[in-house]
Design a protein around this ligand. Structure first.
Ligand SMILES: Cc1cc2nc3c(=O)[nH]c(=O)nc-3n(C[C@H](O)[C@H](O)[C@H](O)COP(=O)(O)OP(=O)(O)OC[C@H]3O[C@@H](n4cnc5c(N)ncnc54)[C@H](O)[C@@H]3O)c2cc1C
Length: 509
């Protein structure tokens, strides 16, 4: 096939872009190195009966009229790919010994809950929540600022965006002098960024926190159904998604990509592909190195000079003959911290590799939709997620399988100890399956350099105006992934659709 759009990588932004292009009759060909499509969003099966999504837990911007819904409507998939809403009265359950807070959708209710927990800090809490609201409004309004009346109306929101453009979440906590426990309860969803408050961009936190407040969702058919629907649409319109095809070389003549070389990993054959335009969903830095950095302008070199987000440790578990709903789990996530201070919890695990008092996310996908099962009757899937240092695990793995496996088991054990102490006293008795993933697992199955979780690190430096976008220095090559747009399900839907709008001239968002 001589494709109109040859796409390197089959992650979410690539599949969204490819489906939109295939839908208007363009010939789309996707080359994906892994045996499953979806990148970080791929689903894999273990023991022939349990399905786990590699990384995705919950998503936002999926309500009626929101970006994901608009894109699905354009694809004619909005009735096929539907979502279940998390509990609006508490979509994230924040837990630390002696303190707990369920984050509600209603901002007024959040304020009431915080006032109740910290009655002597009402002024500080109100100040923080006011600037959270204004910043969120400001980040959502840039296009309307062109109108001077709107600019005036939104001047306070604009002022917040200017004021905090370089701030971390910790800077803003400190400005309002929130008590430590309130900071921890508000920021306990840190695994959604894999950064602690002292490093996390305030803007990234605001976008996600308020996005989930508008509505936290889980796909009715699990994430597998979303990915399968996008792939099926590409194929139904004559496109191809070639799995087990690893791109190894990108040939350039003048200022254009002329040929892509890929290895068919199953047949162990080298193949050549051509496309009028080439879309790069693989990591932009890796692609730039493959192409040769001399082909890129100085300004692009600067944009490509981002640091990667930290990697992670995930445990995929299955329990049997135990209903997690009897132990405080349901249509929400639970985030646990043993430490009062999340910056300390993060550095213990990430920098000192000390998991003796872990902070982690607990998710229960089986409880989020009852339309399609991810495991047999009587079983439920339970997942844990926390941060992990790539270099540490890389060295461990190189030193031998035994020490690598022992360390993985120790970390899971530390999490299970916490689970039995605070949540499910007899959990181990019901655990019928467990498998863990580390930074090297991410690298191996998601082809992400250093096992990074969200592409470029979500610090203020990387979230600023110098952020990489779709543009490359080559005429027919475009970046399209989390680092050149935005990370996350909603972020990568937006990234794929925005590039589609630019190249097709059609407006959806
Ligand atoms: C632990 C974790 C938890 C997360 N939880 C959530 C969540 O709850 N909600 C949410 O919204 N987001 C979550 N995310 C983020 C989200 O999963 C990602 O931001 C998003 O899926 C990235 O999509 P992408 O388009 O950038 O492509 P990627 O997923 O990075 O895919 C890139 C694709 O390119 C392929 N590729 C790379 N190199 C080559 C090559 N040489 N040849 C061929 N193919 C190649 C890879 O195999 C991969 O399939 C999570 C991420 C992590 C790591």
């Amino acid at each position: 096939m001589n494709a109109d759009y040859l796409i390197i990588g089959g992650g979410l932004s690539a599949l969204v872009f490819g489906a939109l292009m295939a839908n208007i009759g363009k010939r789309v060909q996707v080359l994906e190195a892994h045996s499953y499509p979806g990148g970080f969003g791929h689903t894999f099966k273990m023991a022939k009966k349990y399905k786990f999504n590699a990384q995705l837990h919950y998503v936002w911007n999926c309500g009626e009229g929101e970006a994901v819904n608009q894109i699905l409507k354009r694809l004619g998939l909005d009735e096929e790919v539907t979502f279940e809403r998390y509990d609006p009265d508490g979509f994230d359950h924040m837990r630390m010994p002696g303190h707990s807070l369920d984050i509600p959708s209603d901002p007024g209710e959040l304020e009431r809950r915080l006032f109740h927990l910290f009655p002597s800090y009402k002024k500080q809490i109100r100040g923080f929540l006011t600037d959270l609201k204004l910043t969120s409004e400001g980040l959502g309004k840039p296009s309307s600022w062109i109108d001077p009346r709107a600019l005036f109306r939104h001047s306070k929101a604009l002022a917040c965006v200017v004021k905090y453009h370089n701030s971390t979440l910790q800077n803003v906590f400190d400005k309002f002098m929130l008590p430590q426990e309130a900071q921890t309860l508000l920021a306990l969803q840190w695994p959604d960024f894999l950064l602690p408050p002292e490093k996390l961009s305030f803007f990234a936190w605001v976008l996600l926190f308020t996005g989930y407040q508008r509505g936290a969702y889980y796909p009715t058919g699990h994430f597998e159904h979303v990915i399968e629907s996008l792939v099926a649409l590409i194929e139904a319109r004559g496109g191809e998604v070639l799995l087990d095809h690893e791109v190894t070389h990108i040939k350039i003549e003048g200022k254009k990509v002329t040929e892509i070389q890929a290895t068919d990993l199953k047949k162990k054959q080298t193949k050549l592909f051509q496309g009028s335009r080439v879309i790069c969903n693989m990591d932009p830095k890796v692609a730039a190195a493959m192409i040769g950095e001399e082909h890129f302008s100085k300004s692009l070199h600067r944009k490509l000079d981002y640091d990667y987000s930290p990697s992670n440790f995930v445990a995929y578990c299955v329990v049997k003959d135990l209903d997690l709903r009897d132990y405080g789990f349901g249509k929400w996530n639970t985030f646990h911290s043993g430490h009062r201070d999340l910056n300390e919890a993060f550095s213990a695990m990430y920098e000192r590799h000390d998991y003796s008092n872990p902070s982690f996310a607990i998710t229960t996908p089986t409880l989020l939709t009852d339309k399609v099962r991810d495991c047999p009757e009587g079983h439920q899937v339970l997942q844990f997620l926390t941060v992990a240092d790539y270099d540490y695990f890389k060295k461990l793995k190189a030193s031998g399988k035994k020490s690598y496996n022992t360390r993985k088991a120790e970390i899971l054990d530390a999490m299970l100890d916490v689970m039995e102490k605070y949540y499910i006293p007899n959990l181990r008795e019901h655990l019928v399956y467990k498998i863990t993933g580390t930074p090297t697992t991410n690298e191996r199955y998601c082809w992400c350099p250093k096992g990074n979780s969200y592409g470029s690190n979500l610090t203020p430096e990387n979230m600023g105006l110098g952020r990489l976008n779709h543009k490359t220095s080559l005429q027919n090559l475009y970046f399209c992934n989390a680092s050149s747009g935005f990370a996350g399900f909603a972020g990568t839907f937006w990234t794929g659709a925005t590039l589609y709008q630019k190249l097709s001239g059609e407006r959806i968002l």
